[in-house]
Design a protein around this ligand. Sequence first.
Ligand SMILES: Nc1nc2c(c(=O)[nH]1)N[C@H]1C(S)=C(S)[C@@H](COP(=O)(O)OP(=O)(O)OC[C@H]3O[C@@H](n4cnc5c(=O)[nH]c(N)nc54)[C@H](O)[C@@H]3O)O[C@H]1N2
Ligand SMILES: Nc1nc2c(c(=O)[nH]1)N[C@H]1C(S)=C(S)[C@@H](COP(=O)(O)OP(=O)(O)OC[C@H]3O[C@@H](n4cnc5c(=O)[nH]c(N)nc54)[C@H](O)[C@@H]3O)O[C@H]1N2
Ligand SMILES: [Mo]
Length: 759
Amino acid sequence: MSESTISAQPPEKLTGIHIGKTKHSAAGVPAVANSLKHIYGSSGLLRGTSAMLKLNQMGGFDCPSCAWPDPEDHRSAFEFCENGAKAIASETTKHRITPQFFADNSVEELSEWSDYDMDQAGRLTQPMVLRAGATHYEEISWDDAFDLIGRELNALVSPDEAVFYTSGRATNEAAFLYQLFVRHYGTNNLPDCSNMCHESSGAALGQSVGVGKGTVTLKDLETAETILIMGQNPGTNHPRMLSSLQRAVENGATIIAVNPMKEAGLTGFMHPQQVKGVLGMSTPLAKHFLQVNLNGDQALLKGIAKTLVEDGHLDSGFLQEHVTGYEAYRAHLMTQDWAELEKLSGIQRDVMQMVARQCASGERKLITCWAMGLTQHKNAVATIQEIVNIHLLLGAIGRESAGLCPVRGHSNVQGDRTMGVFEKMPEWFMDNLEREFQFTVPRRHGWDTVAAIKAMHEGSGKVFYALGGNFLQATPDTEYTAEALRRCNLTVHVCTKLNRSHLVTGRTGLILPCLGRSEWEEQGDTTQFLTVENSMSVVHASHGHLDPASPYLLSEPVIVARTAAATLGDRSKVDWLGMIENYDRIRESIERVVPGFENFNERVRQPGGFYLPNTARNREWKTSSGKAEIHTHPLQVLVPGPGQLILQTFRSHDQFNTTVYGLNDRYRGIGNERRIIFMNPQDMKERGIGPLESVDITSHFQGETREAHRFLAVPYDQPTGNCAAYFPEANVLVPIGSFADVSLTPTSKSVLVTVKPSA
Ligand SMILES: Nc1nc2c(c(=O)[nH]1)N[C@H]1C(S)=C(S)[C@@H](COP(=O)(O)OP(=O)(O)OC[C@H]3O[C@@H](n4cnc5c(=O)[nH]c(N)nc54)[C@H](O)[C@@H]3O)O[C@H]1N2
Ligand SMILES: Nc1nc2c(c(=O)[nH]1)N[C@H]1C(S)=C(S)[C@@H](COP(=O)(O)OP(=O)(O)OC[C@H]3O[C@@H](n4cnc5c(=O)[nH]c(N)nc54)[C@H](O)[C@@H]3O)O[C@H]1N2
Ligand SMILES: [Mo]
C-alpha cells in the first residue's frame, strides 16, 4: 500500500451519540415535519416548496431517491416521502462549492471532513482539475477538460485499459449515449452500481424465468392476497411502498416480513396524508414477523417449499405446462432435515409450515418483494431462485395479483441496464447497435465492479470515468479500492456533490459538475426533458423546473456527448453534437435499438408514460429450455466460526447510499452518531462489552484480516450471532475477494467478524 496522506475512509471521530426509543411504526406526522425541515433548512422556502410540488407529478420530475413507482390513478398532491424530501434538499441546497472553496481547502484537508460535512458543503459549480503532484484542485475550462480526457484515453495501448462506471441515477438518454460512446471507443468495461445491488436478482430471474426484472405492477401489489417482504427496510429506503402496502392491507392482504431486525416500517405505518396518520394511529402492516438469522433465508424458503410439496399445495397444471426441474427439486426437498432447516434459519418448523399454508391460500396467491438483505450474500442467486421455485410450485407468476418483485434501489438503475449499461450485454443488443450506428461493436465481455477494482489495482486498468456515484465508498474493501484508484493515470467524476471519490484520485483527477434532476435545461431553443424507468418497468418523463445551481453546469447527456466527440474525433461517424441538440433524437435511436420503445417520443409524452413488455408476465419463458426453470441448489448457509459474528452493512434513516444527510437513525432510536455496531445483548455480554462501549471490529476471510476501529456497541434486538453497522463506514471490512456465486456481488451482508473492546 502506498503512503498516501489522503484518507480514504471517513474520520474515526465520534459525534456524541443519543439513544432514544426504537420505533414500531414509520412515517406519519413527524416524518413529514422532518422532511419539510430538511427542505427549508437547506434550500430556502421558495426553491424547496417549488421543488416538492413538482416531485413525482405528471409533468414534474422523477424523485432521485428510490425507484418505487408512482400510482397511476391516485397521486396525491404530495407524492413524496421524508427521504425523497431529503434527497431534494440535498440537491436544491443554497450552498455552493466554488473554485475558491478548493483554493481554501487542500485535498488532504478535505479528506479529514466527514461525509455529512461534504454533503453540507453544497453543489459543485465548475469543472475542476487536480494536476499531477498538486495539493489543491484548480479551475479548468470544459473544452480543456474534454481534451484532457480524450488525450488520456487515446494514449492507452488498448481501450480495455479504461473503466467506465455508472451509478443508477443517470437517465435513459445519458446512459444510452454513454454505453454508445464506450463501445464505440472499443470496450465493454461498463461496471455499474447494479453489480453491488440487484445483480443477484437479475442473474437469478434471467436463468429461471428469462427476464431479469420484476413481473408485477403496483395494482397487482395493492390487490395481492399474501405479500412476503424479505431482506428489505421499506420504512427508510422505499417509504412510498408503505402507502401501497397499506392499501393492500385494506384490501385484505396478509403481509409476512422476514428480517433479522424488526424494522419500523415493517411493523406499522402511519400514513402522513390521512387523518388516521395525523392522529398517530398506525395500520399494522406485517401480520407475521419472522426474525430470520442473517443469511438464513435459503433454509427458511426450503422449509416453505418442502411444506408445499408435502401438503400437495401445487398448481399441477402450471407445473406440467410451464415448468422444468420439478422432480429433481421435489426429491431434494424430501432429503431436507427439518432440524437443520430450523437451526440454520432460526425459524421453527411450525412457523415455516404456517407461512407456506398462508402463501398457498386463496385464489390470487403470492407476491414476494426483496432487496439487499437477500442480494448481498454468497448464496444470493440460489436464495432468490428458491423464491422463484416457490412461485413456480404455486403457479404464482404471470397472473393478476401474483408475481416476483425485486425492489430496485437507485431511481433509474433498471433503466440504465435497459439502455445497455452492462459489461456483458447480449448479442442481439450489440447487433442492433451496430446496425443503427455503423461501427464494429466490441463483443468481448468487460469488467464488472469487482473485476474493475482488481484490474486497476494490478495496473491493467488505467483510466477511470464515473457517470455519477461514489465508487471509492460504495465498493468493498475501501483501502484496496483506494489503492486501485491511486494507480490510475486519470480519474474522472461526473457529479453533483462533493464526495470522497473526488479526493482519492489517479495521477490526474477531474471533477465535472452536472445538472440535477430538479433543474431545467434548454438545448437549441427547446426545453428538454429526460426519461427514466422505475422498478416496475414503467418508462416515463422527468421535467426539471428549477434554475441550475450554477451557469457553468452541463447536463449528463451533453457531458457524455462532448467526451465522445473529443475522444473519437474523425473515427466516429455518429453525430454526437447533433444528438444533444434535441433529446428526441437520442430517443429515436433508442427506439431503433431497444425493443419495447416503439413510438418512444410519442408514448413517453403521455401522462404516466408506458409499460415495457415483460415476457415472464405473459408466461413466455426466454430461458435456455423455453420453460420456467426450477433450479435446485444445495443448502449453503453461512455459519460463523467460534467467537465470530456475521456482520451486515446497511443504511441508516438519514443517508442515501454514501450521501449522509444527517447523523440520526430515528426509527432505530439512534441520534447523532454513525460509528456504531448493533449487537445482540447476549453476544455483548459474552465478549465483556457494555452498552455504548467502544469496540474494534476485525473481519476474517480466507486467512486475511481487515480492521475497523472505534465503533460504539449498541444493544439491539436481533438473533444471536448477528450484528450490523452502517455502510460506508464498515466497507473497509468487506473483503474484495468475497462475492456472490454467479452474480459476483460483494457480500456486504455476510461479513464474518470478531468484536472486542477497543484497545
Ligand atoms: N432513503 C434511502 N433510500 C434508498 C437508499 C438509501 O440509501 N436511502 N438506497 C437505495 C438503494 S441503491 C437500494 S439498493 C435500496 C436498498 O434498500 P434495502 O435493501 O432496504 O437497504 P438496506 O439498508 O441495505 O437494508 C437491508 C435490509 O435487509 C435486512 N437484512 C440484512 N441481511 C438479511 C438477511 O440475510 N436476510 C433477511 N431476510 N434480511 C436481511 C436488514 O436488516 C435491512 O432491514 O434502497 C434505495 N433507497
Ligand atoms: N457495504 C455496503 N456497500 C454497498 C451497499 C451496502 O448495502 N453495503 N450497497 C450497494 C448498493 S445497493 C449500491 S446501489 C451502491 C451505490 O453506489 P453509488 O451509486 O456509486 O453511490 P451513491 O452514494 O448513490 O452516489 C452518490 C454520488 O452521486 C452523485 N450524484 C448525485 N446525483 C447525481 C446526478 O444526478 N448525476 C450525477 N452524475 N451524479 C449524481 C453525487 O456526487 C453523490 O456524491 O453502493 C453499494 N455499496
Ligand atoms: Mo442499490
